[in-house]
Ligand binder design. Structure first.
Ligand code: ZN
Length: 253
């Protein structure tokens, strides 16, 4: 078992960044922030933060939304950004992603992907929340400062202008709550939430409204890089009854 775990851990991480890629092509204001698409900005921050990781991108308009069985089989962690096109995502692709999560693929769900088919299906709730586009100042506070997703992150994280996402956020109680946000309007929100489904780790991270350059903020990028490492968890994915709890930290080194 140990040999198998080490063998898997020795392979490079393989990450796929999925983006519906609609706002950037329809709204000049968004294109000005993300001229190559949000997926490319996310891929860049991952390539900078995790130079040994293989990073690919996929978008809604590709055959099978770029998420064929082969692509998913070769993906250790999938990032998901969606908003306008949730209803356009094929149910067969959603089922395939869900199956891969249950088999151990990590999933990072970003911003308005809280209403994506894959997230609501994995959560089993509406995942609705309160929102307001009004240039709020958001402060993300750690409620689990020792969590690996916050390693090396300067806290609290401050976003000078952002869309407000507020409670009640209709999700199951997270397995681990990592970050909560407050907004200048007074609202609060669970902005960094960990879940496990089957063998797969899921992290919901709320920053990333398309009209603000949030994915260029170094502390936001650091959280996403850390989340990919946390969700990779190859030794967790191969846990059996013979595996000691200590081996579960294999992802961290
Ligand atoms: Zn938004």
């Amino acid at each position: 078992m140990n040999a198998d775990s080490q063998g898997i851990a020795a392979q490079p991480r393989r990450v796929t960044v999925w983006n519906e890629f609609i706002h950037e092509r329809e709204d000049p204001k968004v294109a000005a922030v993300y001229p190559d698409g949000i997926h490319q900005a996310l891929a860049e921050l991952l390539r900078r933060g995790l130079p040994d990781t293989q990073v690919a991108t996929a978008t809604l308009d590709q055959p099978e939304h770029g998420l064929s069985a082969d692509v998913l089989d070769e993906t250790d962690v999938l990032l998901w950004w969606g908003h306008l096109g949730h209803h356009l995502v094929d149910n067969a692709v959603v089922a395939r992603v869900q199956q891969r999560v249950q088999q151990g693929m990590g999933l990072i769900v970003l911003h308005s992907a809280h209403l994506s088919k894959i997230f609501t299906r994995l959560m089993g709730t509406t995942c609705n929340l309160r929102w307001r586009e009004a240039d709020d100042r958001e402060v993300l506070w750690p409620v689990a400062p020792q969590h690996p997703i916050l390693e090396g992150v300067e806290l609290p994280i401050i976003i000078e202008r952002h869309e407000m996402y507020g409670e009640f956020f209709d999700i199951p109680a997270p397995d681990e709550l990592v970050l909560i946000s407050n907004f200048s309007g007074g609202e609060v929100f669970r902005s960094g939430c960990c879940f496990q489904r089957g063998k797969g780790r899921i992290f919901y991270f709320s920053p990333g409204h398309e009209t603000y350059p949030i994915y260029y903020q170094p502390q936001i990028a650091r959280v996403i890089v850390n989340a990919v490492c946390w969700a990779f968890a190859p030794s967790i994915n191969t846990v059996d009854t013979q595996t000691s709890p200590e081996s579960a930290t294999g992802w961290f080194i």
